[in-house]
Design a protein around this ligand. Structure first.
Ligand code: UDP
Ligand code: XDX
Length: 342
């Protein structure tokens, strides 16, 4: 019998577009020295907006680090704002004592009914802040450094063709007794990355598509909707890709990110919110038309009082959420500057 010759099968590859985008639009925080950025800044103004719900343990150090390094020592950042997202703890006081401008989420654009969620906090922070460039930083970070801010600003202050920059990092999963060096980003690895690779393979090059640290030009951020809950990040990536193209997006390696982790039931709800956002965008951009809209109720089971025939507590969450419209449409409709109605 002739020797069996395995058919040479080419190794799977990302698309040529992603393959060329990766080296062209990826950098590291160290590529952007703060002195170069101050020189490049000119009269461009920069706001850092920190969404914070019950982050009294961490928000103060984040604000102090930003103020020390890139407000006082180097005049790179013009505004440090914390959006108090209906906190039940001392987040607002801790942030104010650290030197942040603190706005209560529901006090911004208060003529509108307030919504619950991270995206709502970000949208309100965008409306209340003033910078030409806005940097978003989560308020639950443990090893935050101002490199996060300079790294995200680098591409935006030096290349007008870039509209939005995502951070990426190694993401340890810090447990009570051990740490998994790359175990973090569970929703990213189990939900967001597979969905984006299946339906928006143009975004396959993003190392951390759900990164909570990112920055954008106000003129772009005010022209995209904000999903009010945890779907906000994936919604941004898809909407900005569709409206501005892949080359308007970039990413910067910020090293390592350690943050407060939610439990898996909470991440199950986050996953559902992200999936609903992706399904909404699939319909919106005509990439998939479903015969039936997805349901929005998520039933979860946890230890607790028995019921419904099982020795578990049944917890049902409605994952549906509103999407805040692009802020620019509010201004257009109102005919005044947002600042007046913020
Ligand atoms: O309704 C919300 C939910 C979250 N956050 C903030 O958004 C950031 C990221 O949220 P979280 O840590 O809950 O998400 P995770 O990082 O666990 O995915 C944190 O600073 C939260 O305090 C907020 O301001 N309002
Ligand atoms: O990336 C993820 O899988 C989640 C959960 O992270 P961990 O598994 O707790 O490290 O965290 C991110 O996702 C949220 C939804 O997009 C963002 O809002 C968070 O800022 C980000 O931390």
């Amino acid at each position: 019998m002739r020797g069996f010759r395995a058919r040479k099968v080419a190794a799977p590859q990302v698309s040529a577009d992603v393959g060329s985008w990766l080296p062209r639009r990826s950098s590291q925080a160290g590529d952007w020295p703060v002195a170069d950025l101050v020189a490049a800044k000119g009269d461009t103004t920069v706001s850092v907006v920190i969404p914070a719900r019950d982050e009294e343990a961490t928000v103060g150090d984040i604000v102090r680090t930003i103020r020390r390094d890139v407000v006082e020592r180097h005049q790179l950042v013009d505004e440090v704002m914390v959006v108090d997202s209906r906190s039940q703890d001392a987040t607002a006081r801790v942030a104010a004592e650290a030197g942040a401008t603190v706005v209560a989420q529901d006090s911004v654009l208060s003529a509108l009914p307030g919504l619950q969620g991270k995206g709502e906090a970000l949208w309100k922070g965008l409306a209340a802040s003033t910078g030409d460039i806005v940097v978003f930083v989560d308020g639950d970070l443990y090893d935050f450094t101002s490199d996060y801010v300079t790294g995200l600003l680098g591409p935006l202050l030096t290349d007008d063709s870039i509209a939005y920059v995502k951070g990426f990092y190694h993401r340890p999963l810090v447990g009570a007794v051990s740490t998994d060096a790359d175990g973090g980003g569970r929703v990213t690895e189990l939900v967001a990355r597979p969905l984006l690779n299946l339906y928006w393979p143009e975004l396959a090059g993003f190392v951390q598509p759900l990164a909570g640290e990112y920055a954008g030009r106000r003129e772009v951020l005010e022209r995209v909707p904000f999903v009010a809950n945890y779907g906000v990040e994936v919604g941004h990536l898809i909407d900005i890709l569709e409206s501005y193209g892949l080359d308007a997006l970039a990413q910067v390696d910020l090293g390592k990110r350690t943050h407060r982790h939610q439990n898996t039931q909470a991440l199950g709800r986050m996953s559902g919110q992200i999936m609903l956002t992706v399904f909404d965008r699939l319909e919106r951009y005509g990439r998939l038309v479903s015969a039936e809209p997805p349901a929005t109720m998520l039933a979860q089971f946890r230890r607790g009082e028995s019921g419904h025939g099982v020795d578990r507590e049944l917890v049902v969450t409605d994952l549906a959420c509103e999407q805040r419209p692009p802020l620019a449409t509010l201004r257009a409709a109102d005919g005044t500057g947002l600042r007046e109605i913020a």
